[in-house]
Write a protein that binds this ligand. Structure first.
Ligand code: AMP
Ligand code: MG
Length: 413
C-alpha cells in the first residue's frame, strides 16, 4: 500500500554499513561510558586473600563450640590484625586474635566471631588490646570469612568484550588491578547545519532569520551518545561553502558526518549536490513521522547521514538512526531508548506513518499514563522540551481511542 521503508529496515540497512572503530588503551579513570574491546579475565583472585567480613575475633570454631550467653568461652587474645596487615602470625589452638573488617584471616583460624557476640562493645574496638575475650555464641568454620576468589576467581572471565562500561564495571576492573583497558575508540561525529536563514544565538535577528538550534542539539546528543563532537558550524546555502565545511570534517578525522536540513527536494538542496560531487548519496523515504526524508551516503570516504531540518525531525531521526550508527562504530548492538507501555489519556490520530508523539508520561502505581501534548508540528521545540516521552503510534494506525495502550519511549533526563 505504501512505498515507504519501514523504520526497522532503515535501521538495519544503516547499521550493517558500519564497522567497529579500532580500539585504544584507555586509563580506567576515563573508561566510564566506553565499550570494552577485550575479554578481561581476572589476573588475581578477588578478594586476593581470605579476610574478615566483620569486626571481631578470629578463632578456631571448634574452640567455641560450647559457647553460649550463660556459659561464655574465655580465650586469650594473642594478637591484633588491622586491615592492611601484611603478615599475620599463626593462631594456635585455644587462642583468639582481634581482627578488623577486610583484615587477612590468620593461618590456623577458620571463623570470625563478631564483636557483638563477645563481651566487647563495638565502640571499644579502638581500645587497647584486651588480654582475654569472652565469646558468647558458638560459630562454625567459615563464618564471617570472605574466601579468596569469592567474588572472582583468578583466570575466570570478569568482563566480556563488548561490555559497556559503567561506574560499577570500572570498579570491578580497578578491584582486579587493571589500570588500563582496551576500548573502542570513541566515534568522532561532525555536525553541520545549513541554511541562509540561520544565525548563531547571541547575534541579532533580522526579519526572515531564525536562531540555529539543530547543531547545538545534535552536538549535545552526540556527546550523550558517547561520541566526540566536531561542530562544523552553519553553512550558507552555497555549494562551495558546504564543500569547504565537509572537507573540514575530513581533516578533523570524522568517522561520521551528520547534516541537518538542505536535503529536501527543494530549490536549495545543496547538501545533496555537495555530496554527489564528492561521493554518493541515496534517499530513503522512511515510514516515520516526524522525519520521513533521510539521506545516507559517503562524503569521500566518510559516511554521512542527512537528517531533516525541522528540529523535532532532527531529534527523532538522530535517536533512531544516528545513534544506531554510533553504536555500530563502538561495536555495540543497535538499541532504542527504553520503552514502556502507556495508557492514553485522550484519543489521538495519525496519518498512518509510524509516529512519535511528544507526551508527558507519568507513573500511576504500576502503570504509565501518557498525555500527548498539543503542539505536534515538527517545527515545535517547546513541546519537545516539555515532553519526557514519545508515544509511538504503529505504522498503519490512524486513530487510537482514549484508554488504549501504546508503547512510549522514555526520554533521558
Ligand atoms: P530545510 O530542510 O532546509 O527545508 O529546513 C526545514 C525547516 O527546518 C526550515 O523551517 C528551516 O528553517 C528549519 N531548520 C533547518 N535547519 C535548522 C537549524 N539548524 N536550526 C533550526 N531550524 C532549522
Ligand atoms: Mg534549508
Amino acid at each position: 500500500m505504501n512505498d515507504l521503508m519501514s523504520i526497522a529496515e532503515a535501521r538495519r540497512r544503516l547499521f550493517e554499513r558500519f564497522r567497529p572503530l579500532p580500539h585504544e588503551k584507555v586509563p580506567i579513570g576515563e573508561a566510564d561510558g566506553r565499550v570494552l574491546a577485550e575479554d578481561v579475565s581476572a589476573a588475581i583472585d578477588l578478594p586476593p586473600f581470605a579476610n574478615s567480613s566483620v569486626d571481631g575475633f578470629a578463632v578456631r570454631a571448634g574452640d567455641v563450640a560450647s559457647a553460649s550467653a550463660s556459659a561464655p568461652v574465655r580465650l586469650p587474645v594473642a594478637g591484633d590484625i588491622p586491615a592492611g596487615a601484611t603478615h599475620t602470625t599463626y593462631l594456635a589452638e585455644g587462642q583468639a586474635a582481634r581482627i578488623m573488617t577486610g583484615a587477612p584471616l590468620p593461618p590456623g583460624a577458620d571463623a570470625i566471631v563478631p564483636v557483638e557476640a563477645t563481651n566487647f562493645k563495638r565502640t571499644s574496638m579502638g581500645a587497647p588490646l584486651p588480654a582475654e575475650v569472652k565469646v558468647r555464641e558458638a560459630t562454625s568454620p567459615g563464618a564471617n570469612v570472605r574466601k579468596a576468589g569469592l567474588d572472582v576467581l583468578a583466570g575466570s572471565l570478569a568482563l566480556a568484550h563488548g561490555t559497556s562500561l559503567r561506574p560499577q564495571e570500572v570498579a570491578l576492573l580497578a578491584a582486579l588491578g587493571r589500570s588500563h583497558v582496551l576500548a573502542f575508540r570513541r566515534p568522532r561525529v561532525a555536525v553541520l547545519s545549513t541554511g541562509d536563514e540561520l544565525v548563531e544565538p547571541g547575534s541579532s535577528l533580522r526579519h526572515g532569520q531564525i536562531y540555529e538550534s539543530n547543531a547545538i542539539m545534535l552536538v549535545a546528543m552526540v556527546r550523550r551518545a558517547g561520541g566526540v563532537a566536531i561542530d562544523l558550524g552553519i553553512a550558507r546555502d552555497d555549494l562551495q561553502e558546504i564543500v569547504t565545511r565537509l572537507d573540514w570534517a575530513l581533516r578533523e578525522g570524522a568517522d561520521l558526518i551528520i547534516t541537518s536540513a538542505g536535503v529536501s527536494v527543494g530549490a536549495f538542496d545543496l547538501v545533496r549536490a555537495a555530496i554527489e560531487q564528492n561521493g554518493a548519496i541515496e534517499f530513503w523515504r522512511v515510514d516515520l513521522r516526524p522525519g520521513k526524508p533521510l539521506a545516507f551516503g559517503r562524503y569521500r570516504d566518510v559516511p554521512i547521514l542527512g537528517l531533516p531540518g525541522n528540529p523535532v525531525s532532527s531529534f527523532v531521526t538522530f535517536e533512531l538512526f544516528a545513534h544506531a550508527a554510533m553504536r555500530a562504530l563502538e561495536g555495540r548492538s543497535p538499541r532504542e531508548l527504553p520503552r514502556v507501555s502507556v495508557t492514553l489519556e485522550e484519543a489521538v490520530t495519525s496519518d498512518g506513518r509510524e509516529s512519535y508523539l511528544r507526551a508527558q508520561v507519568r507513573r500511576e502505581g504500576r502503570e504509565f499514563q501518557a498525555r500527548v501534548l498539543e503542539k505536534q508540528a515538527s517545527s515545535v521545540l517547546s513541546s519537545l522540551a516539555a515532553a519526557n516521552g514519545l508515544v509511538i503510534i504503529p505504522s498503519g494506525v490512524r486513530e487510537v481511542a482514549a484508554g488504549a495502550h501504546l508503547d512510549a519511549w522514555l526520554l533521558e533526563e
